[in-house]
Design a protein around this ligand. Structure first.
Ligand code: NAD
Ligand code: UGA
Length: 454
């Protein structure tokens, strides 16, 4: 079987590498219009940082895993085509700022139609509004020829930073298909691919619309947990309750569960915000105003949490950060990735620069992306890979990303070279606050009582 994936990004690259690894008899090709990205996938310096990814790619590259920019030829040769192009939030016209921008998606559908001479199974891997499969089917069927297309939904649930682990051992794989003979055959073909390594009972099948909606719903539920605990973190700060103790207490209730209850500076990443806004727009389109408002609040709370973080920094630093050096430790939206899309650090860095702080950004993997995100700020932001150098002469450090490396730094050495009073704002509750306080820092966590010498 020839499998093709259109879109060699954070999802297309790792997912296809895993399929190639687990299905050695299948030829897997990944194509993209971005030639630099395709070249990077074939080099020693992959276009994305993901623990364990290099090893998986190396094991299959040139054996049964191929990267190419020749989209048309690859479509012609494929039996099954995954579409994993980006589906960002629309920035123009109707639904701007909320609806999904489906231009890349539709372009791909038309390209598949134009280059297909044999029947194909087309698999939606991208995250899409519910009923997009119907639109795709309509485009594919508009050719009027003999070629038959069967559209499936197979949303991806991997998280960045743990993509390889998630792909090796997924909680579930979801495949949505139509309840027709051709639909059932297509579903069975895709089940067979995953069954190479995923236990059958974890491969769920459903109708197409449930599958499309389940992806949006899963992200909305996950983000909602983060917003819920972040909402409580504000109340903790006002009442001397400790949000970590609250998380622990509620997380031990097996009905609630312990995961995704870490209060933070806010959730980031390319998908939570975009997918919830997409859900909100979808609800509004169906006239479900109250449902839309309910989910919108998850995003609003996330914005509030980031703004609240900066407001707290300002008030703790005598209501001015003008001219003060502030080191941001971490810029990626979470640890173990270089991805900075929608990272809370972007909004926070911008607000600090607006307050005329001298912002210095440090991150083990995300500095290149940070420079692109903040390029319009020019030399008002500095970038420094060495955290010790970043903190030298600073009035404050703000931990933006929970990278393990920040937990093991010599904070006495850092403190000795900072301006006094030296503040530490832990946006992830990742460090030992009592130890930092002992050294001399004023320590401000999320949802915690301040440990201040002032
Ligand atoms: P990405 O931007 O990293 O990759 C998308 C790629 O598609 C880009 O390299 C782009 O050049 C390419 N592309 C766009 N139009 C093309 C075309 N016509 N032909 C060939 N290539 C084309 O995006 P991503 O993070 O991989 O996300 C892809 C989809 O998967 C999105 O819908 C996203 O919501 C979903 N998703 C992402 C994640 C994640 O962790 N990033 C997880 C689950 C689902
Ligand atoms: C998320 C989902 O977890 C994946 O299942 C999904 O496939 C993916 O979105 C997607 O559709 O793109 P991802 O965004 O890569 O994955 O990372 P998460 O681990 O979910 O973290 C998202 C954000 O929430 C990060 O900024 C993280 O720091 C934050 N977070 C997470 C918290 O602030 N607290 C928590 O307890 C958990």
């Amino acid at each position: 079987m020839n499998i093709l994936c259109i879109g060699a990004g954070y999802v297309g690259g790792p997912t296809m590498a895993m399929i190639a690894l687990k299905c050695p008899e299948v030829k897997v090709t990944v194509v993209d219009i971005n030639a630099a990205r395709i070249a990077a996938w074939q080099s020693d310096s992959l276009p994305i940082y993901e623990p364990g990814l290099q090893e998986v790619v190396r094991a299959c590259l040139g054996r049964n895993l191929f990267f190419s920019t020749d989209v048309d030829a690859a479509i012609a040769a494929a039996d099954m085509i995954f579409v994993s192009v980006n589906t960002p939030t629309k920035t123009f016209g109707q639904g701007a700022g909320r609806a999904a921008d489906l231009q890349y998606w539709e372009k791909t559908a038309r390209q598949i139609l134009a280059n297909s001479k044999t029947d194909k199974i087309v698999v939606e891997k991208s995250t899409l509004p519910v009923r997009t499969a119907a639109a795709m089917q309509r485009i594919l069927d508009s050719g009027g020829g003999d070629v038959k297309f069967e559209v499936l939904s197979n949303p991806e649930f991997l998280a960045e930073g743990t993509a390889i682990k998630d792909l090796q051992n997924p909680d579930r794989v979801l495949i949505g298909g139509h309840d027709t003979d051709a639909g059932r055959r297509a579903v069975a073909a895709l089940v067979d691919v995953y069954a190479h390594w995923v236990p059958r009972e974890r491969i769920l099948t459903s109708n197409v619309w449930s599958s499309e909606l389940s992806k949006l719903a899963a992200n909305a539920f996950l983000a909602q947990r983060v917003s819920s605990i972040n909402a409580l973190s504000a109340l903790c700060e006002a009442t001397e309750a400790d949000v970590c103790e609250v998380s622990r207490a509620i997380g031990m209730d097996s009905r609630i569960g312990a995961k995704f209850l870490n209060a933070s500076v806010g959730f980031g990443g390319s998908c939570f915000k975009k997918d919830i806004l997409n859900l909100v727009y979808l609800c509004e389109t169906y006239g479900l105003t109250e449902v839309a408002a309910y989910w919108q609040q998850v995003v609003s709370m996330n914005d509030y949490q980031q703004d609240r973080f900066v407001r707290n920094m300002l008030s703790r630093m005598f209501n001015t950060v003008s001219g003060k050096r502030i080191a941001l430790f971490g810029f990626a939206f979470k640890k173990d990735t270089g991805d900075t899309r929608e990272s809370p650090a972007i909004r926070i860095a911008r607000q600090l620069v607006e307050e005329r702080a001298q912002v210095v950004i440090s991150d083990p993997k995300a500095l290149a992306n940070a420079k692109v995100d903040l390029r319009d700020l020019g030399d008002r932001v500095q970038y420094e890979s060495d955290p010790y150098a970043a903190a030298e002469g600073a009035h404050a450090i703000a931990l933006m990303t929970e990278w393990d490396c920040y937990a093991t730094l010599d904070y006495q050495r850092i403190y000795d070279r900072m301006m006094k009073p030296a503040s530490f704002f832990d946006g992830r509750n990742r460090l030992d606050h009592a130890a930092l306080y002992q050294i001399g820092f004023n320590v401000y966590g999320i949802g915690k009582t301040a440990l201040s010498h002032l």
